[in-house]
Design a protein around this ligand. Structure first.
Ligand SMILES: Nc1ncnc2c1ncn2[C@@H]1O[C@H](COP(=O)(O)OP(=O)(O)OP(=O)(O)O)[C@@H](O)[C@H]1O
Ligand SMILES: [Mg+2]
Length: 296
């Protein structure tokens, strides 16, 4: 079928402003929970340097993103699909490259091609995204229908999450974001009720603290929604899956407008530079903190 009239699945990108807050745990368990609905679900390890989605599912991944990269830009849909690894839950997984140095080979164009192909074939495509505003991460965020932004009750995480939300506002993608407060029942001087005020945000999705279940699951490679379904943690995940599923919208490929977040960040910087010249007083650059500069 011609692109432009074809239904596409929903793309959920799991992101965070800080590492180690529970993105992989969430991606793997949410994707597996969706599989219980007998729909087609795929999961992409979008942390191309140190991704551990395969490990978390105990998948001996025969194929990885590197195989797709090796085929070059002319790679076709059957080849992309042939590099997915099959998990017993029904989940199809695109593993990250097995060496960190291959991450540099991944381009926004490859990401777009791979995600569009997966969206043609699956009801849900989830991405476990790396931290930060790397060009590739911006591509995934740009294409996403929904961004699950994971945070916790630590001040440094909340500070960075707030900055990330402000950047999303600038990039006009704030409306796609759902906040997830992971480990919301953990001991902390910051209380779950404080989070809305600190982040100047709406009410997040709350996930309870259960380190034993979460960590054991990641270590043995069995999602807790499969073998620990009676725990409060797994129940919260099923509830979250239900909530997201009920809000699912059928999208067509031509509904997706090209916005180019990376270019937006650059444009923002150009505008600010002009303003700086006029006002003399220097303003904070959006790009500087992310370490990318436009070549002139
Ligand atoms: N709800 C939870 N309760 C308690 N511990 C949790 C919970 N969710 C995740 N964890 C723990 O948090 C740690 C980090 O989880 P995970 O690896 O998923 O984070 P991450 O954001 O993917 O990290 P990275 O940025 O390194 O990829 C793990 O030890 C995991 O067991
Ligand atoms: Mg991770």
């Amino acid at each position: 079928m011609e692109e432009g009239v074809q239904k596409r699945g929903e793309l959920i990108v799991v992101a965070s402003a800080k590492g180690g807050v529970g993105k992989t745990c969430l991606s793997v368990n949410l994707a597996t929970a969706f599989c219980k609905k007998n729909i087609r679900v795929s999961l992409v390890d979008g942390d191309f340097q140190f991704g551990d989605v395969s490990l978390s599912l105990d998948l001996k991944s025969s194929f990885t993103m590197k195989d797709i990269l090796d085929e070059g830009e002319s790679i076709d849909k059957p080849s992309i699909l042939s590099y997915l690894n099959h998990h017993e839950s029904g989940l199809k997984v695109l593993a990250g490259p097995d060496r960190p140095e291959y991450a540099d080979l991944v381009t926004p164009e490859t990401i777009e091609n791979v995600l569009n192909t997966l969206l043609e074939e699956h009801h849900y495509v989830l991405v476990d995204c790396g931290v930060g505003f790397h060009e590739n991460n911006l591509k995934m965020l740009d294409m996403a229908d929904r961004v699950l932004l994971v945070t916790n009750l630590e001040m440094s995480t909340l500070k960075n999450t707030r900055l990330m939300l402000e950047t999303f506002e600038t990039l006009d993608i704030r409306h796609k974001v759902e906040l997830v407060l992971n480990r919301s029942t953990m001991e902390s001087v910051i209380k779950p009720n404080d989070v809305v005020g600190i982040l100047n945000s709406e009410e997040p999705i709350y996930l309870p603290n259960d380190f034993q279940t979460a960590s054991q699951s990641l270590n043995i490679g069995i999602p807790f929604v499969m073998n620990q379904a009676k725990t409060d943690l797994a129940k919260a995940y099923y509830k979250m899956a239900e909530r997201l599923y009920s809000k699912r919208e059928i999208t067509m490929f031509n509904d997706k407008k090209k916005s180019g977040l990376f270019e937006k960040l650059l444009t923002k910087k150009d505008v600010e530079n002009e303003e700086e010249k006029v006002e003399a007083a220097p303003k904070k650059s959006l790009l500087k903190p992310f370490g990318r500069r436009r070549s002139t």
